[in-house]
Design a protein around this ligand. Structure first.
Ligand code: UD1
Ligand code: PEP
Length: 478
């Protein structure tokens, strides 16, 4: 074999082996085998971006799909699956209870569950770093009379009650009680029943997903879920479950009708849909750097209100002819953002989030760096989370003029010239942390963002992908 051919062959082999490795351990977590240390970004900001970028699937759908894969006793394959820290945590949990998970190529994940799960081995360290661990409940109620899950974690945004979950499962005859050790919840399904019709206590996303999972395997019984969230990750979960044979009507509306099936054993392939929150991240990056970029495969109907607000602020953009996502349902288009040349105006009305079709709660923080580029005063009202607005003041270090009115409301006075923030640490919340990154891209000079595990929880290879648009980001560890 010629040397060149042999090298190509061994490279391909190396790549194949690399893809078959278990997920890497988090680089920022105290208990992981932390070889490299804490991951940080050094950002040389103030450079224009150009070119195009393709969106990845969302963190929030991916974690729901991973929990839902436990319902399937056949082989589940997820192409286009995001390689992000949050996914790695759930994979660590699944692996610990005996599920085989394998990356068969860079972003294709194959999952096979054993007949019997080893719940007693559940990796608690990984589990309690995520909010999505809650969705194991909906998947496990079909096979255990009693079990425990660790208390959830996720972004630190103030009190995030699990009452909606407790009330919802009560309708199914399933009880959830905090363990005496305050570290676990005890779930009992001994009195499980088909609830018929239920109304959710809140239109939350994870609680809707839990109700859907609980209804999905109650054989031949219909469950109506009212006040259901219709948001993107719920839609993705529903389309996946439909591919497993569960009948679901009302997808994308607040009233879902689910006809359950018994045990599921199918070899199924489902490609999750592109992330509307990642779309907003790149829109925000285009605005702070005043650049023209094209974002490919944007689920534009899931951010239609965001786009409308931006248009009213004076942002110019074009959407291509729509085409379908891999699920054959969700409409996508390519979105080209034009430079604003300093012509953005603050909206006179407040900007706030609501469950979809409102402005997405995870997209609200991105309106801060955008408002900083607009002339005038913008009121951002973050009513949903008790303490997320506190993180918005961190943008002050990048020259953004943020005035705190109360726990939930801030004014942004614009326009501001974004300046290097020196060295800053990520707050423990994904979207506020990624807002700092976007601000640093627009700020001339060098800034350092420390502890980017928080950002990597939700976005894959931002250094490489933003780099392909012309951003200058160096990764370093300490
Ligand atoms: C894994 C996952 O999918 N996480 C998402 C999910 O979390 P998740 O669905 O778990 O969100 P929570 O249950 O924590 O709800 C978020 C906050 O909104 C409040 N609330 C929610 C619904 C409602 O109708 N009324 C109301 O007041 C809750 O009380 C809470 O304070 O949805 C959040 C809100 O979009 C997103 O930020 C998270 O990224
Ligand atoms: C709040 C978020 O995530 P989680 O629910 O996982 O904490 C988020 O994705 O912004």
């Amino acid at each position: 074999m010629k040397l060149e051919v042999f090298t190509r062959f061994t490279d391909a082999l190396d790549a194949k082996i690399a893809n078959l490795q278990p997920p890497p351990q988090s680089h920022d977590t105290p208990n992981s085998n932390n070889i490299k240390g804490t991951c940080n970004y050094r950002i040389h900001g103030g450079h224009k971006l150009s070119g195009s970028i393709t969106l990845n699937a969302s963190k929030n759908a991916a974690v729901a799909l991973l929990c839902a894969s436990l319902l399937n006793h056949g082989v589940t394959t997820f192409p286009n699956f995001p390689r992000i820290e949050e996914v790695y945590r759930i994979l660590e949990v699944l692996t610990s209870i005996g599920v085989t998970t394998q990356w068969t190529d860079k972003n294709t994940l194959e999952i096979r569950r054993p007949k019997i799960l080893s719940l007693s081995n559940l990796n608690e360290t990984a589990a309690c770093k995520t909010r999505s661990i809650l969705m194991l409940i909906g998947a496990l109620v079909h096979e255990y009379d009693e079990f425990e899950i660790p208390s959830p974690g996720g972004c630190e945004l103030g009190e995030r009650s699990i009452s909606p979950h407790i009330h919802t499962f009560q309708e199914f005859g399933i009880s959830i009680h905090p363990h005496e050790n305050h570290k676990h919840y005890k779930i009992s399904t001994i009195s499980k029943r088909a609830p018929g019709e239920i109304t959710l206590y809140e239109s939350g996303n994870t609680v809707t997903n839990n109700a859907i999972l609980a209804a999905a395997c109650i054989k031949d019984e219909e469950t109506y879920i009212q006040a259901a969230s219709a948001d993107y990750m719920v839609q993705d979960l529903c389309y996946f479950l439909r591919s497993l044979g569960v009948q679901i009507e009302g997808i994308g509306t607040p009233l879902l009708r689910i006809r359950g099936v018994g045990k599921i054993k199918r070899n199924v392939k489902y490609t999750p849909t592109e992330d509307p929150i990642e779309a907003m991240f790149f829109i925000c990056a285009a605005v702070t750097t005043d650049s023209e970029i094209t974002i490919r495969r944007v689920p534009f109907r899931w951010i239609s209100l965001e786009l409308l607000k931006l248009k009213k602020m004076g942002l110019r953009y074009t959407l291509s002819k729509p085409y379908k996502a891999h699920n054959g349902e969700t409409d996508l288009a390519n979105l080209t953002i034009q430079p604003h040349n300093g012509n953005l105006r603050a909206l006179t009305d407040k900007i706030h989030a609501n469950p979809w079709p409102g402005l997405n709660p995870d997209n609200l923080p991105y309106f801060l760096p955008i408002a900083a580029c607009a002339t005038g005063r913008t009121l951002i009202h973050d009513w949903m989370y008790e303490s997320r607005a506190g993180y918005y003041t961190h943008l002050g270090s990048l020259g953004v003029d943020v005035e705190t009115l109360d726990q939930h409301r801030v004014y942004v006075h614009g326009p501001s010239k974004l300046v290097s923030g020196g060295e800053m640490s990520c707050p423990p919340a994904l979207r506020p942390a990624s807002c700092l990154l976007v601000g640093m891209l627009g700020a001339s000079g060098m800034s350092v963002l420390k502890g980017v595990y928080t950002v990597k929880r939700g976005y894959e290879d931002l250094e490489g992908r933003l780099g392909s648009l012309g951003a200058r980001i160096e990764v370093f560890y300490d």
